[in-house]
Write a protein that binds this ligand. Structure first.
Ligand code: NI
Length: 392
């Protein structure tokens, strides 16, 4: 494979990829509603010729590219959905869809994978194995689109899978990789404290769910501090507490809710059972009753050691002007895990923040933006990953 030729094509196609990204940015669609986006992606892929296209679900697209030599089947994944946020970037290509914004960079993910499909299709005669381009819907809204696509058979016959996220929180020029967990599980819990309401002046005749709830919150904050090992990573955040309406009424119930982030399955189960014990036990001690609903969100993305090693060496060989960094896991959820549980995979984080250009806002912020130069890194990553893994 002639790498210099490929890199020349990356530079040539880059401008077109930016046009696609800006078009998608102007026309964002919410999770499970990516109808126009999926059609746009389908039409672009069709125009490249030589790809086998399918629509595994209503708003997702898969393209298969068969090489002419034997090799592995490698899937590359991009997510396509936007968020319910009103854009405030002032960009010339700001969202035209009121209240909806590509505030996580999935517009860039989609356009980069399109660019990779275009360039790799031109190389069809020189390719080994098969490349499966996965354009996934609904990454932002659990239960997520990835699960649906796996259930629809997208990973059947695939040997390995790779994906990436552009990150405004990592400076442009740095590419983050690690083996093991790179993103966390993200679960939610909801607790209803059932007390016995009454007059504020006669607490002795009531069971006060607000007072009990306050102790439960305090107890929940002890879980990570006292039950999880200090070298293990976990977060339990109570983010909601609702109870009562009036100044002179002790309410009947109070509701508490929050988020759990963990990297290890065993820690996840430990925290889940501790939440139940703490809530139910504290409520019982005070004559109240707590009902706990624990909902599993996305599983952690666990990078396969061998693929991570291969891609780290690919990055070190072909991204000599970039800093390749072994990063800490991020305690955010990412449903790429559904693909990498089906088949071994690797997910990387590509730096797209830039202080000098004022690109400093975090993901899911109304002023979120990314350095478009990073799109070239992502485009290159997809192509070189496909070439590296299919030939192994
Ligand atoms: Ni995202």
């Amino acid at each position: 494979m002639d790498f210099s030729k490929i890199l020349t094509r990356v530079n040539e196609v880059y401008g077109e990829v930016i046009d696609w990204r800006r078009y998608l940015h102007e026309n964002p669609e919410l999770s499970f509603q990516e109808i126009h986006t999926a059609n746009y992606v389908y039409e672009k892929l069709e125009s490249f010729g030589g790809l086998e296209l399918s629509r595994p679900t209503e708003t997702s697209v898969v393209a298969r590219l068969k090489g002419s030599k034997p090799g592995k089947v490698v899937a590359l994944r991009a997510d396509m959905d936007a968020l319910p946020i009103t854009e405030n970037t002032g960009l010339s290509f700001s969202s035209k869809n009121a209240g909806v914004m590509h505030a996580c960079g999935h517009d860039a993910h989609t356009s980069m994978l399109l660019g990779a499909a275009k360039i790799l299709t031109e190389e069809k005669e020189n390719l080994s194995g098969e490349i499966v381009f996965i354009f996934q819907h609904a990454e932002e809204l659990p239960p997520g689109g990835a699960r649906e696509m796996v259930a629809a058979g997208v990973m059947d016959g695939v040997d390995q899978v790779a994906g990436l996220h552009l990150m405004s929180t990592i400076p442009f020029g740095t590419i983050g990789i690690r083996d093991g967990a790179i993103t966390s599980a993200s679960d939610i819990f909801e607790i209803t404290v059932q007390g016995k309401g009454g007059h504020a002046s006669t607490p002795e005749l009531t069971v006060d769910p607000v007072a009990v709830g306050a102790q439960i919150v305090s107890g929940l904050n002890h879980i990570v501090a006292r039950s999880v090992g200090p070298l293990d990573s976990a977060v339990v955040s109570v983010t909601r507490f609702h109870g009562g309406e009036a100044f002179n009424v002790i309410p009947d119930t109070a509701e508490i809710g929050g988020s759990v982030r963990v990297l290890e399955e065993s820690t996840r189960e430990l925290i889940k059972s501790r939440i139940l014990e703490v809530a139910e036990g504290i409520a019982k001690a005070h004559g109240a009753e707590a009902k706990v609903e624990y909902t599993y969100g996305y599983n952690p993305v666990i990078n396969n050691e061998e693929i991570t090693k291969e891609l780290t060496s690919m990055l070190e060989t072909h991204f000599t002007d970039r800093k390749i960094e072994w990063i800490d896991p991020m305690l955010g959820g990412e449903d790429f895990s559904a693909f990498s549980e089906a088949k071994p995979g690797c997910y990387v984080m590509i730096g797209a923040g830039n202080d000098q250009k004022g690109i400093t806002y975090p993901h899911h912020h109304p002023k979120f933006d990314l350095d478009e130069e990073a799109i070239k890194d992502g485009l290159k990553f997809h192509i070189l990953t496909a070439l590296t893994l299919t030939e192994k």
